[in-house]
Design a protein around this ligand. Sequence first.
Ligand SMILES: NC(=O)c1ccc[n+]([C@@H]2O[C@H](COP(=O)([O-])OP(=O)(O)OC[C@H]3O[C@@H](n4cnc5c(N)ncnc54)[C@H](OP(=O)(O)O)[C@@H]3O)[C@@H](O)[C@H]2O)c1
Length: 191
Amino acid sequence: MPWAEAGVLSASGQTAAAALATLGVGKGDTVLIHGAGGGVGGFAVQIAVAAGATVVGTASEPNHEHLRTLGAVPVSYGDGLAERVRAAAPDGVDAALDASGTVAALQASLELVSDPDRVGTVSFQPAADQLGVRRLSTERSPALLTELTELYTAGRLRVVLQQACPLEHAADAHRAVETGHVRGKVVLTVD
Ligand SMILES: NC(=O)c1ccc[n+]([C@@H]2O[C@H](COP(=O)([O-])OP(=O)(O)OC[C@H]3O[C@@H](n4cnc5c(N)ncnc54)[C@H](OP(=O)(O)O)[C@@H]3O)[C@@H](O)[C@H]2O)c1
């Protein structure tokens, strides 16, 4: 595994895996993942699919084909989100993970998932407390990292890198992240 991918897997990969485990996502579940084309969300999609779940993911239109390649049914965020998710998952949504950091994602999740204990966010969101949405555990561990490297080795988990920048171009990396529309992850490298 290249170092740039290893850095991403151990960070966002473990965040996604720990969050899904806290929500108890597994075989037979239908899970909604907000920000499914981003760093954490992209891992969450693949890990949930590998666990046997059906995934509906939110992203902007240019990322829909990318979400399909990860294994998710893509849905656009914005007005009417809950209705679009219902159409994509007519049998209902069992759990929802917010990796977008938006209040709209939390509200739609609470509307769609009957058990509020299975709705959570990994983003810092004051609104989560007000709405009663769980801030999920993202505790990392050697066991979790082992599971992820096994999935990677088996070809069931891809690390998506939008760009890898040498450290002296850190400002460019920050500008890319600040757009809020990175596909996968931006990585800084040191030779
Ligand atoms: N607790 C932890 O350990 C931990 C670790 C890492 C990250 N985080 C948190 O997790 C969140 C995600 O991090 P990340 O690195 O995955 O971020 P990211 O790569 O920047 O992804 C953000 C995603 O949000 C989507 N998005 C942008 N505007 C949106 C909107 N209005 N509604 C819905 N989705 C929208 C983007 O999709 P499009 O590009 O398709 O628009 C993008 O895929 C952040 O809040 C971060 O702070 C927590």
